[in-house]
Design a protein around this ligand. Structure first.
Ligand SMILES: [Zn+2]
Length: 302
């Protein structure tokens, strides 16, 4: 963090296109560097130590805005993070496990914004996000993805997580084994599942559907998913006849869906080939929507 004398998009007194302002930070590298300095080899990562190290106080308050778990603020030159305590008056992370894990991810996300110099430049942000144009929309998504990448690496470091993936139970209680990992890292279920999907060595995708039934964020997929030629779009909707649709329509009250075997065209209607079966795992996050994990199995091996 430094104080800009000049907005980043003014160079040699010329105004340059702010969307081409260079990004110098790597979200993952910044996160790893911060862990190494603030709380090396400690799991779960101690966010209070990290924030202390950054001289960034946490203030637990009742944030009235919907869907805002935390926010980065600055008053009179001082930066701090406000964390939503849902009006409980608690001055710490919640006693409730699920809530605490969400709070932690929100704080790590805001910390990511803080570590990106460009995100903290009010003048630059004002220029980038002014007006409703496709560049502004894209930029906003990029910025949020950068903060999420930072938070994910901070809370679920690859080197610690990867060895645990052998313990995932793909046969019986997949979500239970993901939950155990989420617990160990004190990270939200959604972040943990998405992280797992991105580093598994088999074709899988994790999709979070918001309460409106749409996938607002880019789904998280493994390299093998992409190289097998599968794709699920951002803003995609829950397909009819999927187990997720049953859960979404409230036809089942179970929090966890049984695993369901599907024809791949149900989830990927654009696909011409019929060479994979889809195993669908569905998990309800209550008022936070629905989490879906799809494992693709080659029919030859099925
Ligand atoms: Zn954000």
């Amino acid at each position: 963090m430094s104080d800009h004398q000049q907005p980043a998009f003014i160079k040699d007194d010329q105004v340059v296109n702010p969307y081409f302002a260079p990004i110098t930070e790597s979200a993952r590298r910044e996160a790893l560097r911060l862990i190494a300095k603030a709380c090396p080899s400690e799991l779960p990562v101690d966010l209070k130590k990290v924030c202390d190290y950054e001289l960034l106080p946490l203030r637990f308050i009742d944030i009235q805005e919907d869907n805002t778990g935390a926010r980065l603020r600055q008053t009179r030159g001082e930066w701090f993070i406000e964390v939503d305590n849902d009006g409980t008056g608690e001055d710490d992370f919640s006693q409730d496990k699920t809530k605490m894990r969400r709070q932690r991810f929100s704080v790590a996300h805001e910390l990511g914004h803080y570590k990106f110099e460009s995100h903290c430049d009010h003048v630059l942000q004002g220029a980038l996000l002014s007006g409703h144009n496709p560049h502004a929309d894209n930029y906003l998504r990029t910025r949020e993805a950068q903060a999420n990448d930072f938070a994910t690496e901070l809370l679920l470091p690859f080197s610690e997580l990867k060895p645990l993936l052998n313990s995932l139970d793909f046969k019986n209680d997949f979500f239970q084994s993901v939950d155990e990992i989420a617990n160990r890292f004190e990270s939200s279920m959604t972040a943990t599942l998405k992280r797992i999907a991105s580093i598994l060595d088999i074709p899988v995708v994790a999709i979070h559907f918001a309460p409106d039934g749409r996938a607002h964020q880019v789904p998280s997929f493994s390299r093998e998913f992409k190289s097998a030629g599968f794709f699920f779009p951002r803003d995609g909707v829950i397909p009819d006849n999927s187990y997720a649709a049953t859960m979404y329509d409230g036809k089942t009250t179970a929090q966890k869906g049984r695993k369901a075997y599907q024809d791949s065209r149900l989830w990927f209607p654009g696909r011409r080939k019929d060479d994979y079966k889809t195993v669908e795992w569905t998990f309800s996050l209550g008022s936070y929507g629905i989490l879906v994990f799809l494992e693709l199995i080659e029919i030859a091996e099925y």
